[in-house]
Design a protein around this ligand. Structure first.
Ligand SMILES: N[C@@H](CCC(=O)N[C@@H](CS)C(=O)NCC(=O)O)C(=O)O
Length: 215
């Protein structure tokens, strides 16, 4: 059994859980996973019992608890430098951290109006101007990163920045949020990753339905 245990929510809906999971899986870092299904109606008591923030994801590394998806990813990058989860060059690394932090702290309109729901049959929905601005900013970020790095991922090889935007890739697909060809090509590369496919397959097989995320 691995020393690392990642506690996550439902794979179909838990956008924050996807971030460390896809990075660790893609990088081949061994870990065990524990899925705690959401129970919003009753206050997610099972998550509260294990997580200091009462949220998932949570990483257990022996006695150490790490919560907040970006903090988990930073910890993993430090523990496994050979995985190259941040770009090697300082300037690229700084920009990767900038776009990752922008994701972690921003885009609240998009997140609220377009919850991750991988199983949903793709179709567009009416969106506020704020959510549309979030989409435009994300497309700009992706295009800028890809043109500087040359791809195939935001900073060349798969990095934490791609993991941070992975749930957005799902939302863009589910709600048909862009027709931009660079963005669509990037999304196709992310969704072709074996780690993405494995997460998606597991999410499809889950029996649980979170009504609030069914738009
Ligand atoms: N800022 C946190 C957000 C975590 C978060 O909101 N997780 C959601 C699931 S995707 C959660 O645990 N919700 C349970 C609740 O709010 O009761 C992170 O980056 O990990």
């Amino acid at each position: 059994m691995s020393e690392l245990e990642l506690v996550i929510g439902n794979k179909n809906y838990s956008s924050w859980s996807l971030r460390p999971w896809i990075a660790m899986t893609q990088a081949g870092i061994p870990f065990t996973e524990t899925v705690i299904p959401f129970d919003f109606a009753n206050g997610n008591m099972e998550i509260r019992k294990v997580s200091p923030s009462a949220k998932v994801p949570l990483l257990k590394a022996g006695d150490l608890l790490v919560w907040e998806s970006l903090a988990i990813l930073e910890y993993i990058a430090e523990r496994f430098p050979e995985a190259g989860l941040w770009p090697a060059e300082a300037g690229a690394r700084a920009r990767a951290r900038s776009v990752s932090t922008e994701m972690a702290s921003g885009f609240s309109a998009l997140r609220a109006e377009c919850p991750m729901n991988m199983r949903r049959t793709p179709s567009s929905i009416a969106m506020s101007e704020a959510a549309q601005a979030d989409v435009a900013r994300i497309v700009d970020i992706w295009r800028d990163c890809l043109s500087r790095s040359g791809g195939p991922f935001l900073f060349g090889s798969f990095s934490i920045a791609d993991a941070m935007y992975a749930p957005v890739v799902s939302r863009f697909e589910t709600y048909q949020l862009t027709g931009n060809l660079d963005a669509l090509a990037y999304m196709a590369r992310v969704t072709a990753l074996p780690a993405w496919k494995a997460w998606r397959q597991a999410g499809d097989a889950e029996p649980w339905v979170v009504a609030a995320s069914e738009i």
